[in-house]
Design a binder for this molecule. Structure first.
Ligand code: AMP
Length: 250
């Protein structure tokens, strides 16, 4: 079984996001970037399937500027076998990403395509679904457990108030949720080995896809500053403030 994993370079989740002074976008100057956490979970799941002898090859693919090769190397250090960077301006929309991934699927013919359920920068939660539609393949989103049974995949999904288990026929598209697994840390020898693993660069033109967006980002607003709290002297004062200032009780 060949597995294709789509991985995105995003702002590290530990970084406090700053907005540009003109509010046109998030400020990425000198900001630490990382593998999107849900993509890291997708890589880990692929590696576990390989360790169990179910998967034979793991290919990771990322769309973006040369900088995303850093995240591809991270994924190679975690256990992927080879990588593909599709050179494109950073920040393509979900449909362009899905179209490019569909071209790679045509070339590589993987049985399983793993993506994160969402990228933590744009929070789109769209690419996996669009890719499955473009390929006309079954999809299972928000996977919290995956079991391969021959040509089929049992996928448990976390839904409101419970779990849902789906059976999909391979080849299929699966997007990962937070509780699917806990990704490992790359060991130093594996980081060194990853430097020698194959990383191929392709362009959108070569794949016959025009990367265009029909969405314009108008503005980005930082969250409102939290007001400092106050101490009240008595329960009576608290009730008075809740009633007359916060107006949350009648
Ligand atoms: P999104 O639909 O943008 O929230 O992203 C969902 C998932 O699609 C991500 O977790 C990745 O697996 C994949 N994806 C999105 N953008 C890219 C990209 N530029 N390169 C590779 N994979 C991507």
């Amino acid at each position: 079984m060949k597995i294709l994993v789509a991985v995105k370079r995003v702002i590290d989740y530990n970084v406090k996001v700053r907005v540009k002074a003109d509010r046109s976008d998030v400020d990425l100057t000198n900001v630490k970037m990382a593998l999107n956490p849900f993509c890291e979970i997708a890589v880990e799941e692929a590696v576990r399937l390989k360790e169990q002898g179910i998967a034979s090859e793991i290919i990771v693919v990322s769309i973006g500027s040369k900088a995303c090769q850093e995240q591809l190397r991270n994924a190679l250090a975690l256990g992927a076998d080879r990588a593909i960077q599709i050179e494109a301006p950073d920040g393509p929309d979900a449909l362009s990403v899905a179209r490019l991934l569909a071209k790679i699927v045509e070339i590589e013919q993987p049985s399983l395509i793993l993506l994160g359920k969402q990228a933590i920068d744009s929070d789109n939660n769209q690419t996996g679904q669009m890719l499955a539609a473009l390929l006309d393949r079954p999809q299972a989103t928000f996977a919290s457990e995956i079991k391969v049974e021959g040509e089929q995949l049992l996928v448990t999904r976390e839904i409101d108030g419970g779990l849902q288990t789906l059976k999909v026929t391979l080849p299929a598209v699966v997007t990962t949720d937070l509780r699917l697994n806990e990704p490992r840390y790359a060991s130093l020898p594996n980081i060194m080995k990853a430097k020698r693993k194959p990383l191929e660069v392709k362009t959108a033109e070569e794949l016959g896809v025009v990367v265009a967006s029909n969405i314009t980002l108008l503005s980005v607003e930082p969250p409102a500053e939290r007001q400092a709290g106050i101490k009240v002297a008595s329960v009576a004062e608290l009730v008075e403030k809740l009633r007359n200032e916060a107006k949350v009780i009648a």
